[in-house]
Design a protein around this ligand. Structure first.
Ligand code: C5P
Length: 297
């Protein structure tokens, strides 16, 4: 028997970052949105006495070879946390860019936790799964919750937000990923006097409630955009280009290097995709918000 769980990519509509805490993590005040790019994680039991096994495949735009298949993989770390020594075979079919600032690894961790729960019919309460997720990584609880949600703490304290909007995005992944810790370290270099309290998403929440893309575009905010562009100046050119081609607003997704462009409609996103495809190898469209990690079968 096997169980397949689907988990979505995320972007941050607002990412406020404060000065590092004593544990080295940065306090965040963020608004996540899950969008329609997915990783599917299939988990089955492996014969007793065998080791965990992992196979990763990916869509043509995904660097599946760049994903570790040893015990450091977040899906295997998730199973090591919860499986009490029994072995599993795991397959990950990736659509979410690797090291792209879209929580692809976190999606795999969340999916593995849920798949393990359903495979063994544990039916653990949500708060237990969320606590397991928080131990795995800052974005993993959001990958379970999905939709649109505010994240505080180091990102792991997640509170769903009512979002009746349908938001159309163009997504441009980079061929080579960026290291999240490196982008945070660069934020610290650029902002040695960052406030302890991260910027609150007041404007963003007001814009979201209107359902109007033009309002939301104006309110998008990412404190990691400046360090990401400083490390990868070509991201600044890409954002300018997308906006010149008709996107309402372009921004770096999370710690990057994926860039996302908010468009006024589905048709608008198709036009921006067509225009950017002339110069960029991989250009995708996606819609949000979509569901958190859920069972496919
Ligand atoms: O929690 P996660 O494992 O995803 O974090 C990866 C790295 O990103 C951390 O080790 C840390 O360097 C950085 N990080 C941070 N502050 C956060 C989240 C992540 O500094 N709130």
């Amino acid at each position: 028997m096997s169980v397949t769980v689907r988990a979505a990519a995320k972007l941050n509509l607002h990412l406020g970052v404060g000065a590092p805490r004593e544990d080295g993590f940065h306090p965040l005040d963020t608004v996540y949105q899950a969008i329609s790019l997915y990783d599917d994680v299939t988990v089955s039991e492996a014969p007793a006495g065998s080791a965990d096994e992992l196979v990763v495949t990916g869509s043509s735009h995904v660097d599946a070879a760049g994903v570790p298949t040893d015990a450091t993989n977040i899906a295997l770390r998730a199973l090591a946390e919860v499986a009490c020594g029994s072995a599993h075979a795991v397959q990950i079919a990736k659509q979410v860019p690797v090291a792209g600032g879209m929580a692809g690894g976190s999606a795999d961790g969340a999916a593995a936790l849920l798949a393990h729960d359903r495979l063994h019919d544990l039916r653990q309460p949500d708060d237990l799964l969320l606590a397991q997720a928080a131990r795995l990584g800052s974005d993993v609880p959001f990958s379970l919750v999905g939709g649109t949600a505010r994240g505080r703490g180091r990102g792991e304290v997640v509170e769903p937000i009512v979002d009746h909007g349908t938001w159309w995005w163009v997504v441009v992944p980079a061929a080579v990923g960026l290291s999240t810790p490196e982008v945070y370290r660069h934020f610290d270099r650029l902002h040695p006097d960052a406030p302890a309290q991260p910027a609150e998403p007041t404007e963003l929440l007001a814009a979201l409630a209107t359902g109007e893309p033009v309002r939301l575009a104006r309110a998008l905010h990412n404190d990691l955009q400046e360090p990401a562009i400083d490390l990868r100046p070509e991201l600044g050119d890409l954002i300018e280009r997308g906006e010149a081609e008709g996107a309402l607003r372009g921004m770096v997704s999370g710690s990057g290097p994926t860039c996302v462009f908010l468009c006024d409609s589905q048709e608008g996103s198709t036009e921006v995709l067509t225009a950017l495809s002339a110069s960029y190898d991989v250009v995708l469209t996606a819609v949000g918000p979509v569901a958190g990690a859920h069972l496919l079968g």
